[in-house]
Design a protein around this ligand. Structure first.
Ligand code: ZN
Length: 263
């Protein structure tokens, strides 16, 4: 656990670099606005969100999990189950909670104001997978804090979950298209890029589908799965109709104040 930061940073940078290299060599779609400008805003927001989240919630999730383990707090720290099973159950339950949190951010207008910063991106690539308003990040940390404490999730499961969620978000937002021979079977397990682009479509009925950030199963089980959009993947209109211009999407300040402006 002492190397936690390095594990997280290592996976984050490796997956980001691999995704950006594939996007560069084999992009699935062409960006409607200059990537350089989008990246400045998107990565600027990633940095701002990390700093603000750290200040707002100075305690780490794994530290809380360790404290809970030592003090017998939370379900899995009370009942006696094999540790492997506890880790698997923790990952599944945390992922289902994040799926429902995502649906809630679409459903509740005040939360949508925050989450639309993510959806307003007129193009979708690995950087979109990291583009979240700082307040959404803080709320998400608080949700996970409560979940980790109620369930008694072990610290190792928290670490695996955080690395996987972050890595898979970059994977399924990446501007790549897996070959059909891989994409078809992958759809049985993962939220693939083609499926997640449907979630970023401008059509409301398509936006309100494919909420998963990692596995596809929760969308199947809870009835939000959509296998195809009206338009084919390469013609899909990405983003939000209200934010068509490059300007709003290419300034860090524009993204930070987006939830507080009436549109
Ligand atoms: Zn969404």
């Amino acid at each position: 656990m002492t190397n936690e930061v390095w594990w997280r940073l290592g996976f984050f940078l490796s997956i980001l670099v691999i995704m950006m290299l594939i996007e560069w060599r084999m992009p699935a779609r062409t960006a409607p606005i200059k990537n350089r400008k989008r990246w400045f805003a998107n990565f600027g927001l990633v940095f701002a969100s990390s700093v603000i989240a750290r200040l707002a919630v100075p305690v780490g999730l794994t530290a809380v999990a360790l404290y809970n383990q030592q003090h017998g707090i939370g379900l899995f720290n009370i009942i006696d189950l094999p540790s492997f099973l506890v880790i698997v159950l923790s990952l599944i339950l945390l992922d289902i909670i994040i799926y429902w949190q995502h649906r809630l951010f679409h459903r509740v207008p005040i939360l949508w104001r925050l989450h639309k910063v993510h959806h307003a991106d007129a193009h979708i690539d690995a950087s979109t997978g990291l583009r979240f308003h700082p307040i959404e990040i803080v709320l998400s940390i608080l949700v996970k804090l409560v979940a980790v404490s109620l369930l008694g999730v072990p610290a190792i499961a928290v670490l695996i979950f955080e690395i996987a969620l972050n890595g898979l978000a970059m994977f399924n937002h990446a501007n790549i298209r897996l070959p059909p021979a891989i994409e078809k079977p992958a759809r049985l397990i993962l939220m693939t890029q083609i499926l997640h682009r449907i979630h970023h479509s401008q059509r409301g009925s398509e936006t309100n589908s494919n909420y998963g950030f990692s596995v596809i199963w929760w969308d199947w089980i809870f009835g939000s799965y959509k296998g195809a959009a009206q338009k084919p993947d390469n013609e899909l209109d990405i983003g939000l109709k209200e934010y068509p211009s490059a300007k709003q999407n290419a300034s860090l300040w524009g993204l930070l104040v987006m939830p507080f402006r009436n549109k």
